[in-house]
Design a protein around this ligand. Structure first.
Ligand code: DMJ
Length: 641
């Protein structure tokens, strides 16, 4: 800073602080010091301005404002069609003019006093030596660090812990089934041990290169995604040493104050979901604390004109943005619509309604919007609150939004009727417009794009078989039988998509076009990346029907994974399921441990392990307890017992 600085209040020109030449060791301190000084001056100017402006404001703006809070939660900030509004604010009018005058006078005096104090402080600062000022800055810094630490350590309020039923065991009676279950556990050990050796602390593993791996959903961070994602699977399999190893890493290394831009959705389903599930299963407080710390870091993503969150957020700066590829700068339905379960639990565990309010706000906004043919488009612009491209799918971009409507209802002990209604309405529209039967008699879920139905179904959409079965009970006009049947038909179609390949593993996406049925056509759609959705559907169908075909189909998939995806350094996806000599993609996805192996293990367990009337699985297969609020107990947590 070499030019003189103007002090706005007095008009006096004062020289800049002379802190010596900006030689290297002092340079940063010099800059910071000058910045601080300027900050003080700006503050003085700001106070002066406010002081002056106060007298020029119209009378009504000086009246006191009251925010109803709750209204703000229940009604969107911006209604795309009607413009901005803020129903949570009202003014006090009335005869008590005198009282208002006194109040104004009091405020004026306060502003005057603050202003003078700030000036005094600025003058005092100018009298101090460089060392003194530096020491003060250091003290302030230490104070902030200390405050942050205290905040991190602050214990969360004790809340009644839901009755936790069936968190271990599940030994099947049948010997053959028990052996299969053991085999799945061994596969988990292989995946975990290799990650432990070659990828520890990285997000994922490259099992062939034998090193860590990551993708843009985790930004440039090394947040141990596989550890967090795998914890609850380790726990239910009884792999307690491995679980404790993971816990130790989390205690000592998992840090969210990183300058990294992450996917809000992925971090929510894998990290927050994983940490919450680990907390409920083990009762270890650290998981809850980490989940809450991380959730706080995600909150700035909701600072958009509509309250619909950005797809990505920088964990350090809080700056958010959307994926460059998303239609018209939109946020994605399956991303902003897949936060509900975790956020409700966060509010439940912290006693802080902020999380609940964020997701309810999204729900209310969606309820108000027009839906073409009753379908939810996949893209919604967070600035304007308008839909982007009219593309609807139950697979990628849409999938877990529908799943979370149903699961919000289940998780609330079936009391969240609003969520159930939204689910029922959505499913009716989906059935009417997207679900068709192929010539060969296979039921499939197509995608609505550019005004017509694309007869293509993604591997991701195969989860819907399980969803239909899970939602059968409680369906409108008691159509439980119909939805169970629909679920079974989707399971059959998805099984066909596996069975019609050389490797007996399903492609990423398959078509129904003329003679082509349940087969991928484009080379780019022939890969299998260890995804869980088909096995997930087998498991739900197994739980609801006990039809042995689901265990048989699940076992076929497990054997194919073992044969074609297992390598000495872990498990890898394959690039072409139609080629009998597979090429590996060299990625062991974290969801392979969180979901694929967990669903397989549950498929070969008895139903008393994580029973579905007590647990609801988030979209990454992390079990969260149903909040039977009438039936909770403060000592229900195994850690407290
Ligand atoms: C998982 O991360 C979740 O299941 C998500 O909902 C979508 N797909 C992947 C696994 O395929």
């Amino acid at each position: 800073m070499t030019t003189p600085v103007l002090l706005p209040l007095s008009g006096r020109r004062i020289p800049p602080l002379n802190l010596g030449p900006p030689s290297f060791p002092h340079h940063r301190a010099t800059l910071r010091l000058s910045e601080k000084f300027i900050l003080l001056l700006i503050l003085s100017a700001f106070i002066t301005l406010c002081f002056g402006a106060f007298f020029f404001l119209p009378d009504s703006s000086k009246h006191k404002r009251f925010d109803l809070g709750l209204e703000d939660v229940l009604i969107p900030h911006v209604d795309a069609s009607k413009g901005a509004k803020n129903p949570g604010v009202f003014l006090i009018h009335g005869p008590d003019e005198h009282r208002h005058r006194e109040e104004e006078e009091r405020l004026r005096n306060k502003i005057r006093a603050d202003h003078e104090k700030a000036l005094e402080e600025a003058k005092e600062k100018l009298k101090k030596s460089r060392e003194e000022i530096r020491a003060e800055i250091q003290t302030e810094k230490n104070k902030v660090v200390q405050e942050m630490k205290t905040k991190e350590k602050k214990p969360l309020p004790p809340v009644p812990i839901p009755n936790l039923v069936g968190i271990d065991g599940g030994d099947p009676e049948d010997n053959d089934i028990r052996k299969k279950r053991e085999k799945i556990k061994e596969m988990m050990k292989h995946a975990w041990d290799n990650y432990r050796i070659y990828g520890w602390g990285h997000n994922e593993l490259r099992p062939i290169a034998r090193k860590g791996h990551s993708t843009n959903i985790f930004g440039n961070s090394q947040m141990g995604a596989t550890i967090v994602d795998a914890l609850d699977t380790l726990y239910i399999m009884g792999l307690h040493d491995e679980f404790r190893d993971g816990q130790k890493w989390i205690e000592n290394n998992l840090d969210f104050s990183v300058n990294s831009e992450v996917s809000v959705f992925e971090v929510n389903i894998r990290f927050i979901g994983g940490l919450l599930a680990a907390y409920y299963l083990s009762g270890e407080e650290i998981f809850k604390i980490k989940a809450v710390q991380l959730a706080e870091k995600l909150l700035p993503a909701f600072n958009t004109p509509t309250g619909i969150p950005w797809a990505m957020v920088n964990l350090k700066s809080g700056v958010g943005r959307n994926w460059g590829w998303a239609s018209a700068g939109s946020s994605i339905l399956a991303e902003f619509g897949t936060l509900h379960m975790e956020f409700v639990h966060l509010s439940y565990l912290t006693g802080d309604p902020v999380y609940y309010r964020k997701v309810m706000h999204i729900r209310k906004l969606l309820q108000k919007m027009d839906r073409p043919n009753g379908l939810y488009p996949n893209y919604l612009n967070p600035r304007t609150g308008r839909w982007g491209q009219y593309h609807t799918s139950v697979g990628g971009l849409g999938d877990s939004f529908y799943e979370y409507l149903l699961k919000a209802w289940l998780m609330s002990d079936k009391t969240d009727h609003e969520a159930r209604k939204m689910y029922d309405d959505a499913i009716e529209a989906i059935e009417k417009h997207l679900i068709k039967k192929s010539r060969g008699g296979l039921t499939f879920i197509g995608e609505w794009k550019n005004g017509h139905l694309e007869k293509k179904m993604g591997h991701l959409a195969c989860f819907a078989g399980g969803m239909f079965a899970l939602g059968a009970d409680g369906s409108r006009m008691d159509r439980a039988g119909h939805y169970l049947e629909l679920g079974a038909e989707i399971a059959r179609t998805c099984h066909e998509s596996y069975d019609r390949t050389a490797l007996k593993l399903g492609p990423e996406s398959f078509k129904f076009d003329g003679a082509v049925e349940a087969v991928a056509v484009r080379q780019a759609e022939k890969y299998y990346i260890l995804r869980p959705e088909v096995i997930e559907t087998y498991w739900y169908l197994w739980r609801f029907t006990h039809d042995p075909r689901y265990r048989q189909w699940g076992w076929e998939a497990a054997l194919a994974i073992e044969k074609y995806c297992r390598v000495s350094g872990g498990f890898s996806g394959v690039k072409d399921v139609y080629s009998s000599t597979p090429t590996h993609d060299d990625v062991q996805q974290s969801f392979f441990l969180a979901e694929t192996l967990k669903y397989l293990y549950l498929l070969f367990s008895s139903d008393d392990l994580l029973p579905l009337d007590h647990w609801v699985f988030n979209t990454e297969a992390h079990p969260l307890p149903v909040l039977h609020l009438a039936n909770t107990t403060l000592s229900g947590n195994p850690a407290v017992r």
